[in-house]
Design a protein around this ligand. Sequence first.
Ligand code: ZN
Length: 290
Amino acid sequence: MAEGDGNGWVICARGHRHWGKYGAAGLLAGAAGPDGPPSVLLIHRASWTQHPGTWGPPGGARDSHETAAGAALREAAEECAVPPEAVRIHGLLDDDHGGWSYQTLVASAASEFPVYPVSQEAPEVTWVPADRVESLDLHPGFAETWPVIRAAMDPVTVIVDGANVMGSRADGWWRDRAGAAARLYGELAALAGRGVTAWPAELGLAGLDRWFPEYVLVVEGQAKAAVPALGEAEGVRVVAAPGSGDDTIAELAATAGGRRLVVTADRELRRRSADAGAAVTGPRWLLGLL
Ligand SMILES: [Zn+2]
């Protein structure tokens, strides 16, 4: 176990020769472009590399002790100076060849940030409008996965109707609403770390192997007493509704970026959320994951 111990060639089960003894990982970062259409950060590989002159996301061999996300962020920093805090990873695509796999971490940035070539391996790095990616000479592995990744570039926000979800399990929540809210928060924090492998049909989204949405837990009434004591788990935000929780949820359903999934069984709120352009599913989907 040492830095760089993943460097080396392997032959996968399909008979290809690949770089990375423990597999490889890359970072596909998307951002809203300056004029609106989304763009992705790509590197142009040098003439002496395995697939000379091709374009693809920054990435490379994983070391034995690294997670795929750790390797992808390290390579993105080493190849084009991506600051790890500038991107949020929201999905994972595992292109497994048997004996070797390439894991693409799908990430999003609030806007394009400055990048420049750091490594001789990639003399050119740039933001490319998503519409133009297919017109480039793409790295063969990236060319295969790009259509799937493109459909999954929008991050997902899961808006949780705290009162409704807590109320749908008979665990004594009515005796201590703040305690029940804190429990739900803890469960969401754990789920945010694990990620989800499938969406409810209502969202109509598939393709990646794992998704890391942002969860927004909306609490109201007595449950709000829990908020000051909650931690700051990555991927979970708590919103204390100033008035009716439904109004706050309907507003989030209309204004959160990317795709929105509202979790509630409340019929009127389901209608309002759908009118706001969000997908809606019942608490059962979420409770099954906690
Ligand atoms: Zn292969």
